[in-house]
Design a protein around this ligand. Structure first.
Ligand SMILES: Nc1ncnc2c1ncn2[C@@H]1O[C@H](COP(=O)(O)OP(=O)(O)OP(=O)(O)O)[C@@H](O)[C@H]1O
Ligand SMILES: [Mg+2]
Length: 311
C-alpha cells in the first residue's frame, strides 16, 4: 500500500541553520500519527515542507505517492492543513472563510455552501457564521481552522498544535471528533505538546529533536522501550541510611526516610525487599506507577534547561 506520507532523507536549511537533518519516516494510510518534539525541534518546518509552504534542499517527500514539489496541486488537494498560527483573512466572516476555501479547491458554489453549513454546524459555529473572524473567541477560531481544513474532504488531515489554548471540554470534543474522522478513514497527522493527548489518540509516534528523528514506533512499544514502572515503597519506620547494596541500584530515599523510590529494572524489587527484610524494616504499602508516553518523551528529549533571570 502506498504510504499517506513518505519522507526520505529530508534536509532543510534556513540560511546556514540546519533545521531538518536527514529526516525519514512514513505514515501509513489510516494511521493516527503523533509527531512530537520540543519547541524548535522542526515539527512545523516538516509540515511546511509536506504542504509545499517551504522549500527544501535534499530529500524526497511524497503524499500518497505524489511528489510534493512536482505534483504540488495534487498533493495539496489531498491534504487538509490546520496551521499552528491563525492565518485567516481578517475581512471575511466565518462562513466566507469556508466558502473561499471551497472555491480555492474548485467546489461549485452550491456544493460549497452546503458543505460550509454542515461544517459550521458540526463545529458549533452556525450562530457565528456571519461574524467577522476577529470577533470570534480563541476556541472558536481554532474550530474554524479545523472546519476550513476539512472543506475539501482531504484524505489526510495535518494538525499543528490544534488544542493549544483550548479549554478542557472543547479539547475532549475535538478528540472525539478526530477519533471519529480517523475511524471513518481519514489519516491524521497530529503535532501537540500535550503528550497525554498523543498517548490517547495516536497509534504511532515519531519524535523529532533538533531536526533529527530520534524515535519512531507504535505508541505502546515506544513507552515500553523508553520507560519502566516506577515503584514507591512506604516504610513503617524511617530508614536513615540506604543499605549499601541498594546504592548502586538507583534507589532514592525520600520523605525523611519513609519512602524508597526506584524504577523497576533487572529485578530491583526482590533485591530491595530482601535488603529491607534483612535489616528488619517492614513495609506499609507499595505504589506502582505504569510508565506513560510523557516519561518516554522526557527521557528521549531530556536536556538541562536553565532560565537565568537577573533579580
Ligand atoms: N522562517 C524561518 N527562518 C529561519 N529559521 C526558522 C524559520 N522557521 C523556523 N525556523 C527555525 O527552525 C527551527 C525549527 O522551527 P519549527 O518552527 O519547525 O519548530 P517546531 O518544532 O514547530 O517548534 P514549536 O513547538 O515551538 O512550534 C527553529 O530553530 C526555528 O527558529
Ligand atoms: Mg511549531
Amino acid at each position: 500500500m502506498t504510504p499517506a506520507v513518505s519522507i526520505h532523507s529530508l534536509t532543510k536549511f534556513y540560511r546556514k541553520f540546519k533545521a531538518l537533518d536527514q529526516v525519514s519516516f512514513e505514515v501509513e494510510e489510516g494511521d493516527f500519527f503523533g509527531f512530537l518534539g520540543p519547541n524548535g525541534a522542526g515539527k512545523t518546518t516538516t509540515i511546511n515542507v509536506v504542504t509545499g509552504l517551504a522549500n527544501y534542499k535534499e530529500g524526497d517527500v511524497r503524499i500518497f505517492g505524489y511528489n510534493v514539489r512536482s505534483d504540488y496541486r495534487k498533493t495539496r488537494a489531498l491534504i487538509g492543513l490546520v496551521p499552528q498560527e491563525f492565518n485567516f483573512d481578517p475581512f471575511l466572516s466565518a462562513e466566507q472563510i469556508l466558502l473561499f476555501e471551497g472555491g480555492y479547491f474548485g467546489y461549485p458554489w452550491r456544493e460549497a455552501k452546503k458543505r460550509a453549513q454542515e461544517l459550521l454546524e458540526s463545529f458549533d459555529l452556525a450562530e457565528k457564521r456571519k461574524e467577522g473572524y476577529k470577533r470570534l473567541s480563541g476556541g472558536m477560531k481554532r474550530r474554524l481552522l479545523i472546519a476550513r481544513a476539512l472543506m475539501h474532504r482531504p484524505k489526510i488531515l495535518i494538525l499543528d498544535e490544534p488544542t493549544a489554548g483550548v479549554d478542557l471540554e472543547l479539547r475532549h470534543r475535538l478528540w472525539d471528533f478526530l477519533r471519529r474522522l480517523n475511524r471513518d478513514g481519514t489519516t491524521v497527522f497530529l503535532t501537540t505538546h500535550y503528550i497525554e493527548e498523543a498517548e490517547k489518540l495516536c497509534n504511532r509516534i515519531g519524535v523529532i529533536h533538533e531536526g533529527k528523528i530520534i524515535a519512531l514506533d507504535p505508541t505502546d512499544v515506544l513507552i515500553r522501550k523508553m520507560a519502566r514502572d516506577r515503584v514507591e515503597l512506604f516504610l513503617k519506620k524511617p530508614l536513615y541510611e540506604l543499605p549499601r547494596e541498594l546504592v548502586s541500584l538507583d534507589v532514592a530515599l525520600r520523605d525523611s526516610g519513609r519512602k524508597l523510590q526506584f524504577e523497576e529494572k533487572e529485578e530491583v524489587v526482590p533485591r530491595v525487599l530482601k535488603a529491607l527484610h534483612e535489616k528488619g524494616y517492614e513495609i506499609e504499602h507499595i505504589d506502582v506507577r505504569r510508565p506513560t508516553l510523557e516519561d518516554a518523551f522526557l527521557k528521549l528529549t531530556k536536556k538541562e534547561v536553565h532560565f537565568d533571570i537577573d533579580t
